[in-house]
Ligand binder design. Sequence first.
Ligand SMILES: [Zn+2]
Length: 306
Amino acid sequence: MSSRTNGLVIWSPLTHGTMFGSTKLLRPFSAVTRVLIWDIYLLADTERTKAARLEDVVSVVVHESSHQWFGDLVTPMKWDHAWLNEAFATFFEYAGTSWVEPTWRMEDLFVVEQVQVAFNADLKGSHAMTSSTTTPESVSATFDHIIYNKGGSVLRMIENAITPALFKESLQHYLKVASEDYGGSVDPDTLWDAFDDILFPPPNTTVAASLLPKNVESIRDVTHEWINKPGFPLVTFTRNYTTNVTTVTQHRFLLKKADMDADNTTWTIPLTYTTASQASFQPRDNLMWFPKTEQSVEIPQDGSKQ
Ligand SMILES: [Zn+2]
């Protein structure tokens, strides 16, 4: 981010509250009504600017535009939950750019630019997406690959698990409730309550039952460890070629085996897989849940869950 600060800073008043740029430390309480853009993001020429640079320009503008909703319309009460701004802005950085430039394959770039970077940042004992901030230094330190890259990746995982349509409906409900009922000041409970309103509507409907693990009563049951614990699970599929049963196990991945052996964190994981006989690679094809309460789950030969 620092190289970007060498550019020309342009401030201009707008009628709608928006901040463009990477002055990220200002943002969680940003009731601002101005735009800030570095000149390098204004000087793109579609005839002469390289494709990678154009992607950078568009995705940065989309990221910062997303802060109109996730940062300005609603904003976290505490710096501890800064991911409520940055994870969503990162998520929409790709989704929004894909909407205007579908040929750029932003969904594929997401894996390379966000998911892989998040893995790398999260394998040496980092902090959780929600982490305590008590000093200006700790606030600054929390704006790292965990709340941006991991945050965006976790949201993408949730979107794929519950379907894009319900993810969108849940977010629309969140923004409405948070802005109208809570004055725009939010914490993760505001977000998950809004998701639960959509996923767990009154009795006699089965929205959640068809999507989430049977013992889950709130989306929090799925998201808790992803948001509040550092790290990520290593998922191992082991096939028994005699019984044709595949056993799936999980363990937190860390660089040192001794550290892995000492850590018992488990996650509720949405898993998808494919087989030679059912080759399919859509996000929800063969979706199965790996509950955090289980040490292992099994997939019989026919691919059904046990
Ligand atoms: Zn941002």
